[in-house]
Design a protein around this ligand. Structure first.
Ligand code: SF4
Length: 686
């Protein structure tokens, strides 16, 4: 089978049995790979009924048909299991080199069940796999583990996905570490590995991915490289990383600040953004396998308490979660917090959100200093953040509470704290504010994995940067209106599912044409001859499978929500009154054609000069509308109920939030409908 190894490795950690199983062409055609195929496997194994931290949970590490080819953004892999954070379908992807190397080692994926009695790691080389003791690695950080396995195996360039102490200690937002700059951060899958006493999977191989139409594939790759070279988002990520547009985000109150309370903190975003990083501590960049963008930052801090050389620089989500969320504007301290999370193996979004939530609980008098281990927590105190991160990873003192994430923390603390524990389905919301982009509220509420900004294309679609007409994402959206968002969110989720199943980096796929680049690349790789309708169906099928998994795990329509704090006007500070920053990407000199086109197409209001110091010499004029303060307050309240009503119609969900059986049958998921509605019971509203 072209584009695939045609083989999955099944590992039972309880009895140590390893078994190769065929990946059928029928499954590859129907689910493609990655995220959707993982959903099929986990659904069939009834992982929705498993204890997320039990031996009965299944964890899958999956690649897709483009993984390991030379298409940019194709080095990723997806990890999936029942999430200990949400209780629903947990999935997260990481870049770097592990995904490509797993494929070179001969497998499309690894599916792991059971639990070992003592720590182990899985070693795969050139199609042969074995479980090896990891007692000596237990307790080690991410980089120590990667180095330790490499030395033990005598393989300099093996690629490792592992956990740090946080995963071992079952922190509910522990991540999977896939090298220095790469993490499957969300939904707590590191804790699933920890519960199974699986310290790592390490892979090495030299096989090449066989392509159906090699020359055609290489021609499409050239086309994709050209698109990326001209694309303003890709250029911005290359030059300034994912935090390059943070100041522009702050202009429209998109950057959560002080636990989602403050509307605008200009000083913070001026110091923490990617342009400032480039001017101060940036010492290099890094890229994932076969990617020309290189959005990863390498930083050097020459002296002071956080001095380090060529360390991992923080991405946007981290400068916000460890910076603005804590009112910390010290980029060096944020860099230290980032590295601590990386080494200990914790998702920076959830960890930062939990600490900000704890700070607010203490400030509001809902807890006393006995709950913080005697610490008088203060906003802006960076050293406290570092200390709390260590404690969370080891579940010591207040760390035991922090390790549970904001939903469980608020359930324990009570006293109305649920109002400002910002999450969906138990996963802490990422660092983009639904009050700036109303569709995000819907995307957070309906993502199967909980509040998520990256398994769909809502942000770039709603901003007006890109359209995906084949997926019903046609553009022209009003960012601060709740009208007409359902189709856009559903379409962008389906598109995200295709990216997660292909498996490709979202930053790479965003600027590409699905018709002229993505679909032809997939067909040249596999020879499957998928049509665009097939691609859309794969995306929709994958989403419904993950939704069905969540339903079977007990989730209903009542779980499609976002915490109130993120849906009401900010409590402190004033929004700038700008309703949008069209195409919030920095322009380059000379401006690229797509940038000019995007701005010209999306410009709807008058031209005003932007806030001082915003783009530092790059494109000082932006097209926006200026709203009055009263108008702005009104626009700061996304109408989630309204959007959900529209969305349920678009997705064909019943009142309980389940897909209607006829919809599942249409997606060739009749067996899923039978599981959800036993004895052919129709859905109540069907
Ligand atoms: S855009 Fe960044 S995260 Fe995506 S593949 Fe390239 S380097 Fe990796």
């Amino acid at each position: 089978m072209f584009g695939y190894c045609g083989k999955l490795l099944y590992v039972n950690l309880t009895d140590g049995k390893l078994e190769d199983r065929e990946l059928s062409e029928a499954d590859a055609k129907k689910y493609m790979g990655g995220s959707a195929l993982a959903a099929r496997i986990l659904f069939d194994m009834k992982a929705y009924a498993a204890d997320p931290l039990g031996a009965d949970n299944t964890i899958a590490f999956m690649t897709g048909p483009l993984t390991g080819t030379l298409v940019p953004g194709s080095g990723r892999f997806e990890v999936a299991a029942r999430s200990p954070l949400t209780g629903g379908f947990g999935v997260s992807s990481a870049g770097g080199f592990f995904g490509a190397e797993l494929k070179r080692a001969g497998y499309d994926g690894v599916v792991i069940t059971g639990a070992a009695e003592s720590p182990v790691y899985l070693w795969i080389k050139d199609g042969a796999a074995e479980l090896l003791p990891a007692d000596g690695l237990w307790g080690k950080t991410g980089s120590e583990t990667v180095r330790g396995i490499s030395e033990e195996r005598g393989e300099k360039n093996c690629r490792t996905a592992c956990i740090g102490p946080a995963g071992e200690n079952l922190v509910r937002y522990a991540c999977v570490i896939a090298g220095s700059h790469n993490f499957a951060g969300r939904t707590g899958l590191g804790a699933v590995m920890g519960a199974k006493k699986l310290k790592a999977i390490s892979v090495k191989g030299k096989a090449q991915v066989e392509l159906a139409e090699k020359q055609e594939f290489m021609d499409i790759r050239e086309k994709i490289l050209k698109t990326l070279a001209e694309d303003v988002t890709a250029k911005s990520y290359s030059a300034y990383g994912t935090a390059g547009t943070m100041q522009l985000g702050m202009l429209v109150s998109d950057v959560p600040t002080k636990n989602w309370r403050v509307a605008d903190w200009e000083e913070g975003s001026d110091k923490l953004n990617g342009i400032s990083v480039a001017e101060t501590i940036l010492s290099g960049t890094k890229s994932c396998y076969a990617c020309p963008i290189g959005c990863k930052r390498v930083v050097t801090i020459p002296d002071g308490p956080h001095a380090r050389e060529n360390a991992v620089g923080p991405e946007y989500e981290t400068v916000a979660s460890m910076g603005t969320m804590q009112l910390v504007d010290d980029i060096e301290a944020v860099t230290a917090a980032n590295e601590l999370c990386n080494e200990l193996g914790m998702d920076t979004i959830s960890a930062g959100s939990s600490i900000a939530f704890l700070r607010e609980c203490l400030e509001a008098g809902l807890i006393g200093e006995e709950e913080t281990g005697g610490r008088a927590l203060k906003w802006g105190a960076a050293e406290q953040t570092l200390e709390l991160l260590e404690l969370a990873a080891r579940r010591e003192g207040p760390g035991a509470l922090l390790a549970e994430g904001v939903k469980r923390m608020s359930e324990k603390i009570g006293k109305g704290s649920e109002e400002f524990a910002v999450h969906s389905k138990g996963m802490e919301a990422p660092m983009h504010d639904p009050r700036a982009y109303h569709g995000l509220a819907l995307a957070y509420a309906t993502s199967p994995r909980g509040a998520c900004h990256i398994t769909h294309a809502d942000l770039v679609a709603e901003m007006g940067v890109y359209t995906y007409p084949e997926f019903g994402v046609t553009g022209g959206y009003d960012t601060i209106s709740s009208k007409g968002k359902a189709e856009m969110v559903a379409g962008s989720e389906n598109l995200g599912m295709v990216a997660g199943s292909a498996v490709m980096c979202m930053f790479v796929i965003w600027p590409l044409s699905m018709k002229r680049e993505v679909l032809p690349a997939l067909n040249a790789a596999t020879g499957f001859g998928w049509s665009m309708a097939d691609l859309v169906a794969i995306g929709e099928r994958g989403w419904h499978l993950q939704r069905a998994f969540c339903n079977m795990a007990g989730m209903t329509a009542a779980d499609d929500k976002v915490s109130p704090r993120a849906l009401k006007p900010h409590l402190e500070g004033s929004p700038t009154g700008l309703d949008k920053v069209v195409a919030t990407m920095t322009s380059f000199s000379p401006p690229s054609l797509p940038f000019v086109k995007t701005v010209a197409n999306a410009a709807v209001g008058r031209i005003i000069p932007v806030q001082k110091n915003v783009v530092k010499g790059l494109g000082r004029l932006l097209f926006t509308k200026k709203l009055s303060a009263a108008e702005m307050k009104k626009k700061e309240s996304p109408d989630l109920e309204y959007m959900l009503r529209e969305y349920y119609t678009v997705r064909e969900l019943d009142r309980e939030g389940r897909a209607r059986p006829r919809k599942l049958a249409e997606l060739q998921l009749a067996d899923v409908a039978e599981t959800m509605f036993p004895k052919s019971e129709a859905s109540p509203a069907d």
